[in-house]
Design a protein around this ligand. Structure first.
Ligand code: ATP
Length: 352
């Protein structure tokens, strides 16, 4: 697969403030790629630079191998769907979708035909003659999508397009968006701060914070093998413990947890001393006796399918545990002293 977009050491400064500190990444053709990170990390800035709405302070952006510096936004083979999708209120749904084509000089008949096809694709053919105000929020967002897809861009940029919708609609639209991307084969670059949204739709995700890319990988890679504390903490839930690596031999580290209990886990480096250790709550199970760690149950939250337990390790640190609920098993109670078993490979030492 070739690269649709290559970002090379891109820096963005607003006056003295640096919003992006030398970001590099490559997005493949036909990929659903997500930029994920907390508010202010620079996702929108990066997207706006690809679209051409923002200058690049330093570095290069290549679109299908071509440096796009100096290329006007409307000359780039990209289109954008914004959070506030601002349809033209006085135009019918069909005319809204056909609008971009008119600007490109496509003839009236061809415009109507292509706009009609786009409406079919987003399941809104029956609404072609309505005004935007006569549609629900989700339908309006689908019109905005159809409008952005009509000129057949090679890359579609989506800036938090679902954030104005309620939860149920957002979940339904996730499935539709992914389907639409697969059907059209267009490269989607999707910006969100919502990790669940990113995990459910993306082929690959770039996790960003404070103007840096922290990790790039599939949903599974960044969830199962976060490279650092930020990614481990931002994606899903995890127990982050400050531990002391006492020894490393044969790729296995002996680590001492706060409170003095110790365990063995894989280690790629042989650096001793303080490290962060990440263990996902669902990779822990409860055992009556034995296990890898000893803990006392402090709180139990009943979630129906699951139980969420707050436990405290002997000697101090808190540990969240998530176990499947079963109608047959006894629900643990505060004060119970139990063993925690760690799934093999689930205790991960982080680089920083
Ligand atoms: P959000 O999810 O809140 O939109 P984001 O990750 O998309 O956040 P950006 O909008 O890219 O973040 O902004 C990155 C940083 O650059 C922020 O700290 C923001 O305040 C700053 N910034 C953005 N635009 C400008 C501007 N025109 N002038 C000065 N600073 C700006």
């Amino acid at each position: 697969m070739s690269d649709a977009i290559e970002i090379r050491r891109v820096v963005k400064r607003y006056g003295t403030f640096t919003a992006l500190h030398g970001v590099s990444l490559a997005i493949r053709d036909n990929e659903f790629f997500t930029l994920l990170g907390p508010s202010g990390c620079g996702k929108t800035t990066l997207l706006r630079m690809i679209a051409g709405f923002e200058d690049v302070t330093q570095g290069e952006i290549l679109l299908f191998g071509q440096n796009i510096a100096g290329l006007e936004p409307d000359r780039r083979p990209v289109n954008t769907v914004f959070q506030n999708y601002a349809l033209f209120p006085h135009m019918s749904v069909l005319d809204n979708v056909a609008f971009g084509l008119k600007m490109k000089g496509v003839a009236a008949d061809a415009r109507r035909a292509r706009a009609g096809r786009m409406l079919e694709m987003v399941h809104l053919s029956a609404f072609a003659d309505r005004l935007p105000s006569q549609l629900s929020g989700g339908q309006q967002q689908r019109v905005a999508l159809a409008r952005a897809l009509a000129p057949e861009p090679r890359v579609l940029l989506l800036d938090e397009p679902l954030s104005a919708l309620d939860l149920k609609l957002r979940q339904a639209m996730r499935v539709e968006l992914k389907q639409l991307q697969e059907d059209t084969g267009i490269t989607f670059i999707f910006v969100t701060h919502d990790q669940e949204e990113a995990l459910t739709m993306s082929d690959r995700i770039a996790v960003m914070s404070a103007g840096h890319v922290q990790q790039i990988g599939t949903a599974r890679e960044i969830y199962e093998a976060p490279v650092n504390r930020f990614v481990a903490d931002f994606i899903g839930e995890t127990n982050l413990l400050e531990v002391e690596v006492a020894s490393v031999a044969g790729g296995q580290a002996r680590v001492v947890l706060p409170g003095g209990q110790a365990l063995t886990c894989p280690s790629a480096s042989d650096t001793l001393g303080r490290h962060a250790l990440s263990i996902r709550p669902e990779r822990l199970s409860l055992v009556e006796a034995g296990g890898d760690l000893k803990a006392t149950v402090e709180r139990v939250v009943y979630l129906g399918t699951d139980l969420q337990l707050l436990t405290r390790l002997e000697g101090g640190a808190e540990m969240q545990v998530r176990v499947q609920n079963s109608a047959r098993a006894r629900v643990p109670q505060p004060g119970d002293r139990l063993g925690l078993r760690i799934e093999e490979g689930a205790a991960r030492l982080l680089a920083d």
